[in-house]
Design a binder for this molecule. Structure first.
Ligand code: SAM
Length: 238
């Protein structure tokens, strides 16, 4: 079962609600205020899932956002709850919009799922206007020296795509972004872990329910990398 399928699973929605990530809208609200986005700005939610953030940006903040996601099932759910034209099938590696279309791009818990992260960063850079903001929240490895073990695990989930935050910042700057803000929010991942164990008995049980038996043993490998969660804001500089 693929990582995307895990996000289509009803178990995932039962646990997380419509926002398929740790912490709900708390960090999103912080990011919006920080980036100072206005109603005449165009925003893109990369990997929008069920569209919760797009609705939040448009309905609660009066902003103008669109979302793309490769999952037909999640886009159908998003369209049912929102406006048809706000949501499109699309992948981070080939964003279906023209150059300099957006003042801001949000990527909440999705970069770690990209098949080609560098290509995705180039695409975000391409669709952003000059000095546009890239708002990112995602998982990372607090013990990056153990990442090779995880990459070799056959189970594919966003947790397998954990990266080394220092190397990620280098990749951003090589692609013409300046990192303006980086904060650790690992407490949100911890809260989610506790909630999951409370609901399923163990993380292994949860992975098995959402992703099938291929998840067996994954949790042990994952723990070695000490997963954390971060928020970052980067600006397109050149
Ligand atoms: C953890 S969920 C987060 C969804 C949404 N951002 C949210 O916070 O509710 C990850 C999402 O990334 C999407 N995804 C997976 N691969 C992707 C890709 N290559 N490009 C864009 N989105 C992708 C999945 O379909 C899924 O909806």
């Amino acid at each position: 079962m693929s990582a995307n399928c895990a996000y289509e699973s009803p178990e995932m929605t039962k646990l997380l609600g419509e926002t398929l990530r740790p912490g709900g809208f708390d960090l999103t609200a912080k990011g919006i205020s920080w980036c100072n986005w206005r109603s005449d700005h165009q925003l893109l939610d990369l990997g929008c899932g069920q569209g919760a953030t797009v609705r939040y940006l448009n309905d609660e903040w009066g902003l103008s956002a669109k979302g793309i996601d490769p999952s037909q099932q999640l886009i159908t759910m998003a369209r049912k709850k929102g406006c048809d034209e706000e949501f499109m099938i699309g992948r981070g590696e080939a964003i279906p919009f023209a150059d300099a279309s957006f003042d801001g791009v949000l990527s909440e818990c999705t970069l770690s799922l990209m098949d080609d992260l560098d290509q995705t960063l180039s695409e975000v850079h391409r669709v952003l206007k000059n000095r546009g903001y890239f708002f990112i929240t995602d998982v990372y490895a607090r013990k990056p020296e153990m990442l090779d073990e995880l990459k070799n695990d056959p189970f594919k989930s966003c947790m397998r795509g954990l990266y080394d935050l220092d190397r990620f910042k280098d990749r951003l700057s090589k692609r013409g972004f300046q990192v303006i803000l980086a904060e650790d929010h690992s407490e949100l991942l911890k809260q989610l872990l506790v909630k999951t164990i409370f609901a399923y008995g163990s993380m292994n049980e949860f992975w098995k329910k959402t992703a099938g038996n291929c998840a067996a043993g994954f949790q042990e490998t994952l723990k070695m990398c000490k997963p954390g969660y971060y928020m970052m804001i980067a600006r397109k500089e050149k």
